[in-house]
Design a protein around this ligand. Sequence first.
Ligand SMILES: [Fe+2]
Ligand SMILES: [Fe+2]
Length: 349
Amino acid sequence: MLVHVLADTSEKLFGLCSLFGEQFTVAGERLDVEAKLPHDGAAVVVRVDLRALDNIAALKKRAARLAKAKKRIFLVEQISHVCISQAYALGATSVLPGKIDAAKLLAALADPVGHGTGPTSGISQPDNAVDAAATAIASMFTSITLGERVDIAGPKEAGRKITNRISEHGLTEWLATVRRHHEGTFQHCLLVTGVAVDFGVSLGFRKSDLERLSTAAMFHDIGKARVPLAILDKPGRLDEDERALVATHPAAGYDVLQGHLDISPEVLDAVRHHHEYLDGSGYPDGLCAENITDIVRVLTIADIFAALIEHRPYKPTMPRAAAYEILCGMRGKLDRVLVASFKPVALTR
Ligand SMILES: [Fe+2]
Ligand SMILES: [Fe+2]
């Protein structure tokens, strides 16, 4: 396999080229010289400081050629929303954050089932839904962090692709694929959308309601872009101040989206109220049952379930049956009839 290495300094370039040289044919390129990468079918490894606007501009100039690579692995030096989401927005098929881990990197390159890998004829259709959704979520987070207007069409389209993918391959396959390739907050958004869509399908939602639900799920945690990643992805329990900061996200998401004409009132309502409980103990508005719509009730169940079954590096993944038991135990907070209807989605679909 041919591996192209793209870096913003000679030191990084030489370091990566010598790392890969023993196992692969390597071609290196510095970001500030003429754009020539990559050839069709190659893998690309990018190690560039994504905080520098010049670097982002140089990568965007290479976007069309970069897109020809089956694997586009970005090594992100600074673990921040901006850098990780920027990498996905620039076309990364996987992002390895933090210090360069040679073993992990070589495994990612050698992995035949890896994200964005496949026959040389092109990236297979199923992975398109994951790529499109991850990129859409990343772009949303980037836009908010940079104070730019949020793209509405991208996440909506990604929600449709997830719906198609789940209709074709089922929820279990979606959960496994997402958990294999994404971590933390992005993984959560992808899982919630998949679970919510499958729940909507099982409830016999009309196409228009299903579309509202998938859009609401894609956007539901967009307000988390205003919360530091170090808190969102912190292993273990949050302290009181951190919890209070995280709890601002539904209202923050509502504020971000409310000026957009393309966002329906139902979606806006779902973003603001996905942490409300029927007994009035939720937030931000402490709504009671009569003010919580069906789409919100469905989304809340999908959100809690997805959070429980997420794959986190520091804790074992909770089995789906155990997560469903927890939902059943939340009496008074969740819609009992809906929780009962959720059983086949949780356990078997
Ligand atoms: Fe949330
Ligand atoms: Fe959530």
